[in-house]
Structure formats: structure tokens, C-alpha cells
Design a protein around this ligand. Structure first.
Ligand code: ZN
Length: 473
């Protein structure tokens, strides 16, 4: 490429990095001084682009690296010179890392990756990209990256300290080139669930699962002490070998790490559990959810709600209640009046319409399949609450899309050690008038239809809509 320049030099010229890099020769860099390009012309459009951009940029423009050159060097450039071919990009596109949510001042879990393409749509390698943000407190590392052979550049982004949408701009610093704007959201609270996905988890499922975790991060707001794994962590047998929970030596968990894996057997429903707990409440630190692809597909629009329910358990709902739960079915048999008497949870239950309930409060599931009792709110009273049983008595997954994460549940989480923001709870009212603590029959609240031959079951909501189709084992 032949580029021709003619320009005069003023007192405060600054040259952007790629320009000076392209023409720099050993021994030509002067002691720090600044010059101003007062006029620029060129016999090549690329030259105009390079020079006019650098002349236009304000002094101290972020990322515009200042490399002072002597007047002699610049004058030597006047006239026609042969420069190395400078890579150019027509577009910068986002590859990954967009729309992440993280606490203010925290580093995003995934890097931001962009790709530079030329006009033919081919990757542009060797192009220097600059990453910058005007959000106060933002840290980008590194701020400048040269694209690799795939045209890609990746950076780590630490969000600024103002809650809301934040923007990171990737640009070509020295020319009027394309830019890409990557957005992320800084949540007001400081409780983070780091989800690590198996590669087999589909993108749309990841979104629903992340949204579910964010529902919890909206109501559980306090940071927990960092746990440093000096020797690393390898998932043990009881962790079902969920490799996503592996942590290298020196790795940090802040606040909860959740491994999500697809089961090899498509028809297996799911398993979930803890791999490591904290020594003090709240106990959850490393947790896993290993789920069959069949049930993931079948839950459809209910996936986010159902995942919210499961993450609630993993965070301790029902599982970490200890002796706060009274009259457990586990101890006293089916029909025992299991309840969770934490005062703030009881007050929230009363406020939601439970004041007329004359039984023990807050009522907990006390009959049905063994794995549903003692760890959910009572279905007969709170069937529209997200922590009511997730399955009906005949093992059909309930429709979750319209269930509420109520102040009752949020207060129950406060009782096991979480700092909460109860104002972020969903508005919630018990579904039916509560008049007495009479024993109630199991009422699933919706009908089902199925094909016994291929073991599929469709679930209808109260208005008769099919809300999901599941395959039974
Ligand atoms: Zn459950």
C-alpha cells in the first residue's frame, strides 16, 4: 500500500498508536513531547482515514496511546512512503459475552469476545482493537487486543459501580472504523450465583436458567465471604462427577457456584445436590443440577420457573431448615402438621391471605410422595407459590410460568442466613379463601392427558391450555 502525506506540524501533535507503530523506526522516538497535525492530505483514501482520525481525536482520548515522535521523523514521512499493509475491518461483531448480569464492581463470569470481519465477511487477523467504557469504575483487561487468526479478540470486563445497563465499546482506535457495543447489567444486590454450564446445554435453556438464578439474586442481596480453594476442588463421587464444579488451585467461589449438566440418559429427569457447603449459614456453596434433555425440552416456557424452584432448594429452601421445621412428616408420619414457624415468614403468610388459617404456620407439605413432603409450602394452601411442590401427586410437573416468588419464601430464606430485599418479592395472594385448618385432599389443580403407549403426558392449566408435555419413565 502506498500512502502519501503532506502535513505541517504544530506544537501539540499527538499520534495514535497504530500510526506511530506503522512508521516507527528504531532510534526515532524522542523524549516525551506532543505535536499537533495542523493539516493533512493524502493521495490514498486510507491515508486520509488514518490521519484525519488521529487529528480529530481530542487530547487524551481514552485508549489513544500517545507516542511522541520528533519533528524530524514526521517530516521524513512527508511525500510518498511505502507502509506495511494495515489490516482493516468492515464490521466488528459480538461473538459472546453479551447481556451478562453481575454485581456492581464485579468481573463478568464470561469474557467478552468480538470478531473483526472485512467487507467479504472474512476474519481480519492482526487488527488492534480498543475496548473502553464510560461507566465509572469499569475495568477492562486488557484495554487493547490484537485479533487472532479467527479475527477474534477477548477481554475481561469488570462492571462499574452504578446499577443498570453498562456498555463496553470495541473499536479500531486509529481510523473511522466500525465499532461494536456490548451491554451488560449491573444488579443492585451483591449476591451472585456463578452458573457453569455443560457444553451440551442449549443456548435458550441457558437463558432460562440464568434468568432463574437472577430471580434469586434480586431477593437475596448480600455478599457472602469469598471461599478460596487453595488446592483446587475436584468433584467427588457424591457430586455425580459434575466436572463443571472443578476449581483450579487458588480458585475463588463468590458466592455460589452451580454446575449444570445434561444427563447422558435423555429420559432421566434430574438430580441435584450439594458438593461443598459453608461452615456457617447460609450453607450453600457448590451445588449441581444434572438434568435430562427430555425434561428440559418438555418444560418449555415453564423452564425458568421450574429452575427457580430447584435453585431455591439448592440455596437451602426446605433442605437447610434444620430444626426450624416443626412436626416433620419424616419424624411423625404422613399427615403431621409440618410447618415453618419463623415469625417474619408467618407475618408474610398472614399478609398474603393466610391470617384466617387456624392451623400451624407457615404450613408445609405433609402428604404425597415422600420426596415432596417437608420441603415445600403446602400445596392445598399455596399451590401458586414457586416453592410449593413442583410435582403433582401422580408425578406430573406443575405449570410454573405464573407462580410467584413471594415474601413468604424470601423471609424463609432470611431465616437460614441470607440478607434479603423483600421489596423485590412478587406480589402474592393465597389462591383460595383460607377458613380453617381442615385436612384437605390433594388437589393438583389441573387435569392431564396422556398416551400410555409412548408414555407421554400433556399437562393442562386450569383454563384447559396445554402447558407442557412430558415423557414418563
Ligand atoms: Zn421442590
Amino acid at each position: 500500500m502506498v500512502v502519501c502525506y503532506r502535513f505541517a506540524i504544530g506544537a501539540d501533535t499527538r499520534l495514535s498508536s497504530s500510526f506511530s507503530k506503522a512508521f516507527r523506526k528504531p532510534g526515532t522516538i524522542a523524549p516525551p513531547s506532543v505535536y499537533k497535525i495542523s493539516s493533512v492530505s493524502s493521495c490514498h483514501s486510507d491515508g486520509i482515514s488514518v490521519m484525519s482520525r488521529s487529528a480529530r481525536q481530542p487530547m487524551g482520548h481514552p485508549g489513544s496511546l500517545v507516542t511522541p515522535l520528533t519533528a524530524g521523523v514526521l517530516l521524513a514521512l512527508a511525500g510518498c512512503v511505502t507502509s506495511p499493509d494495515l489490516p482493516e475491518a468492515a464490521v466488528i461483531e459480538i461473538v459472546s459475552g453479551e447481556d451478562q448480569i453481575q454485581g456492581r464492581g464485579r468481573v463478568l463470569h464470561e469474557p467478552v469476545v468480538v470478531r473483526a470481519l472485512d467487507e467479504a465477511g472474512l476474519p481480519v487477523a492482526g487488527l488492534r482493537l480498543r475496548f473502553s467504557s464510560f461507566d465509572p469504575g469499569t475495568v477492562v483487561d486488557p484495554q487493547s487486543v490484537t485479533t487472532d487468526s479467527l479475527g477474534q479478540a477477548a477481554v475481561s470486563w469488570t462492571l462499574g459501580h452504578v446499577a443498570g445497563t453498562q456498555t463496553l465499546t470495541a473499536s479500531v482506535p486509529t481510523r473511522r472504523g466500525p465499532i461494536a457495543e456490548v451491554t451488560a447489567t449491573a444488579r443492585p444486590g451483591d449476591f451472585d450465583i456463578h452458573i457453569v454450564f455443560d457444553n451440551a446445554v442449549a443456548v435458550e435453556h441457558r437463558t432460562a436458567i440464568r434468568n432463574a438464578a437472577e430471580r434469586w439474586s434480586a431477593v437475596l442481596v448480600g455478599d457472602l465471604p469469598d471461599r478460596v480453594f487453595e488446592r483446587g476442588f475436584v468433584p467427588a463421587y457424591h457430586c455425580q462427577g459434575v466436572e463443571e464444579l472443578a476449581i483450579p488451585p487458588g480458585g475463588v467461589v463468590d458466592d455460589v457456584r452451580l454446575g449444570v449438566r445434561i444427563e447422558r440418559d435423555r429420559d432421566l429427569a434430574y438430580r441435584l445436590g450439594h458438593c461443598a457447603r459453608r461452615e456457617t449459614e447460609p450453607l450453600t456453596m457448590l451445588a449441581f443440577w444434572s438434568v435430562g434433555a427430555g425434561i428440559l425440552d418438555a418444560t418449555g416456557a415453564d423452564l425458568e420457573g421450574w429452575t427457580t424452584h430447584l435453585i431455591g432448594h439448592l440455596l437451602g429452601f426446605g433442605w437447610a431448615w434444620g430444626d426450624r421445621r416443626r412436626n416433620a412428616v419424616r419424624d411423625e408420619g404422613l399427615g403431621a402438621d409440618t410447618h415453618f414457624p419463623h415469625p417474619a415468614a408467618v407475618a408474610a403468610f398472614d399478609a398474603a391471605g393466610g391470617a384466617a388459617w387456624t392451623g400451624s404456620k407457615v404450613p408445609v407439605q405433609n402428604h404425597g410422595p415422600q420426596w415432596l413432603v417437608d420441603v415445600h409450602w403446602r400445596e392445598s394452601l399455596m399451590s401458586n407459590e414457586i416453592m410449593s411442590p413442583d410435582y403433582t401427586e401422580d408425578l406430573q410437573l406443575k405449570p410454573f410460568r405464573e407462580m410467584s416468588l413471594s415474601a413468604i419464601t424470601v423471609q424463609a430464606m432470611a431465616a437460614i442466613g441470607y440478607e434479603v430485599d423483600v421489596s423485590e418479592a412478587d406480589a402474592y395472594t393465597l389462591p383460595t379463601p383460607v377458613v380453617a385448618a381442615e385436612p384437605t385432599a390433594w388437589r393438583p389443580g389441573f387435569r392431564r392427558w396422556g398416551d400410555p403407549e409412548n408414555r407421554t403426558v400433556a399437562i393442562f392449566d386450569a383454563s384447559g391450555r396445554v402447558v407442557s408435555v412430558t415423557r414418563r419413565r
